[in-house]
Design a protein around this ligand. Structure first.
Ligand code: 5AD
Ligand code: FES
Length: 403
C-alpha cells in the first residue's frame, strides 16, 4: 500500500491506522521507512512507534513554538528515526518562504593573515606553513566586477583578522563596490572588531555581517580557542552588529572536537535568542597543520540534521549549503538544499590564491574559474529541483501572526 504525501504525512497516516487484529501484524508498506513497515500498536514495536510520534510532535512544536525542552532536542538531534521526515519538513518550510529559489553569494577571500589562533583553523597565526597572501583593493574590486557579470548581486568580503587593512581601507572597499554596483549587497566577514569599526563600515554601505559564534557553550569555546578569545566577546559583537542594523549571520561547526549534544542544544538556544538573519552550519574538518589534525571530521547526517532543525526553528533564515558540506560528501551541498538550506557561496577569489585560503583539508572548488564554478553549481542546484536566481537575496521578514 503506497501512501501519498510527504514523509511526515505518511508517518502520521500510519500512526493513525488501526491495527486489523490482535497478534496479526498488518504490514504497512511505507516508502523509505523500513523500520515502520510493521506498524502494529499492540505488538512489540509499540514503543518504537511512540518514539516516532514523539519525533513528529517535537518537529511540530519546534515549528510553532520555536523552542523545545532538552529531551525533545536530544531526541531530534540524536534519536534513531528516519531523518527524511525532518529534512522534508525543513525543505517545505524553506519553500514556503523562498520557493525553489537559491541565492548565490560571491565569496572574495581577500586575506589569509590572521591575528588569532583558533585551534581548528588552517590560517591560525601559529601555522607557519600557511602560504600567506592578501589581495589589493583593485584585485578585490576586479573580483566583484567579474562576479557582477556572472550574475552575483551579493559579495562577501571574508578574511582572517588581518589588521593590515585599516578600518578606513575596508570602508573604502565597501564604498567602491557599492558605487560600481548599487544594486548589490555587501557582506563583511572580518571577525571581531570594535563596535565603532562596525559602525563605520555600516555607514560606508555594508549590508550584512557574518560572524559564526562557533559554539555557544563557554567551556567548549575555550577548548577550541586560545585564552585571549572569549564567547562573551563574540556574542557581544553579534548583538552590536544587530543593533547597528546589519543583517547578521552566526553559525557553528558540527562535531568539532569535544562537542556534545548539550552544546548543540545551547547553539540552538543561542540562535533563538539572537534571531539572526543567516546561519552558517558546516561539519568540522581537520586541517593537517593544526592541533586538531588527528580529530575526526563531522558527519554528513549530523550536519544536515542541524541545518534542518535551524530551518524549522527560524522559518525564514538564510542558510547556506556550505562548502564544507560539499567537501565531506560529493553531493553534500545538494543534500543541504534538500534539508532546508537556500544559499550557496561560490568562490570569486582569484584562482591562484584559492589553495592558500585553506581553513581545512581537501576544500573543494579551489581550482576552477568563477565562471566554471557557477555553471557547475547551477547544474547541481537544478538536479534537486531548485534554481539559482540573480537577486540580492535579502532576508524576508515575517509577520509572526502569519506563521
Ligand atoms: N573545519 C570546518 N570549518 C572550519 N572553519 C574554520 N576552520 C574550520 C575547520 N577546520 C569555519 C569556522 C569559521 C568559518 C569561516 O570557517 O566556523 O567561522
Ligand atoms: Fe583566524 Fe580563528 S584563526 S579567526
Amino acid at each position: 500500500m503506497k501512501q501519498k504525501g510527504c514523509a511526515l504525512a505518511r508517518m502520521v497516516d500510519v500512526s493513525l491506522q488501526p491495527c486489523s487484529a490482535r497478534k496479526v501484524f498488518k504490514p504497512l508498506m511505507i516508502e523509505g521507512m523500513g523500520e515502520l513497515m510493521w506498524a502494529c500498536p499492540l505488538c512489540s514495536l509499540e514503543r518504537h512507534m511512540s518514539m516516532e510520534n514523539k519525533v513528529i510532535e517535537s518537529i511540530t512544536k519546534l515549528e510553532k513554538a520555536h523552542c523545545l525542552n532538552d529531551d525533545e532536542w536530544s531526541l531530534l538531534i540524536d534519536g534513531r528515526y528516519d531523518r527524511q521526515v525532518l529534512f522534508e519538513r525543513a525543505n517545505q518550510i524553506c519553500e514556503q518562504y523562498y520557493g525553489n529559489k537559491v541565492y548565490i553569494r560571491g565569496l572574495i577571500e581577500f586575506s589569509n593573515y590572521c591575528r588569532n589562533d583558533c585551534l581548528y583553523c588552517g590560517i591560525r597565526k601559529s601555522n607557519v606553513l600557511a602560504d600567506r597572501y592578501h589581495l589589493t583593493k583593485e584585485q578585490i574590486l576586479s573580483c566583484a566586477n567579474e562576479g557582477y557579470g556572472l550574475g552575483f548581486r551579493t559579495f562577501v568580503i571574508q578574511g582572517g583578522e588581518d589588521l593590515s587593512y585599516s578600518t578606513g581601507d575596508i570602508a573604502d572597499i565597501v564604498r567602491a563596490i557599492k558605487a560600481s554596483h548599487p544594486d548589490c549587497a555587501v557582506t563583511l566577514s572580518l571577525g571581531e572588531r570594535e563596535m565603532s569599526d562596525y559602525k563605520i563600515w555600516k555607514e560606508a554601505g555594508a549590508d550584512r555581517y557574518l560572524l559564526r559564534h562557533e559554539t555557544a557553550d563557554e567551556a567548549h569555546y575555550q577548548k577550541l580557542h586560545p585564552d585571549d578569545m572569549s564567547l562573551t566577546h563574540r556574542k557581544q559583537c553579534l548583538f552590536d552588529l544587530k543593533a547597528l542594523g546589519y543583517q547578521v549571520g552566526c553559525g557553528f561547526m558540527v562535531e568539532s572536537p569535544y562537542q556534545k549534544t548539550e552544546h548543540l542544544i545551547q547553539d540552538m538556544q543561542f540562535i533563538n535568542e539572537l534571531q539572526p538573519h543567516m546561519v552558517g552550519i558546516g561539519p568540522f574538518i581537520p586541517h593537517k597543520d593544526t592541533p586538531f589534525a588527528k580529530e575526526k571530521q563531522g558527519s554528513l547526517e549530523r550536519t544536515l540534521t542541524m541545518v534542518a532543525l535551524t530551518r524549522i526553528m527560524l522559518g525564514n533564515a538564510l542558510i547556506p549549503a556550505t562548502t564544507a558540506l560539499g567537501t565531506i560528501d560529493p553531493r553534500g551541498r545538494e543534500k543541504g538544499l534538500l534539508a532546508g538550506a537556500n544559499v550557496v557561496m561560490p568562490n570569486l577569489s582569484p584562482v591562484h590564491v584559492r589553495e592558500a585560503y585553506s581553513l581545512y583539508d581537501h576544500k573543494i572548488c579551489t581550482g576552477e574559474e568563477a565562471a566554471e564554478c557557477i555553471v557547475c553549481l547551477s547544474n547541481r542546484v537544478k538536479s534537486v529541483g531548485k534554481e539559482i536566481v540573480i537577486d540580492r537575496g535579502d532576508y524576508k521578514p515575517v509577520d509572526e501572526n502569519n506563521r
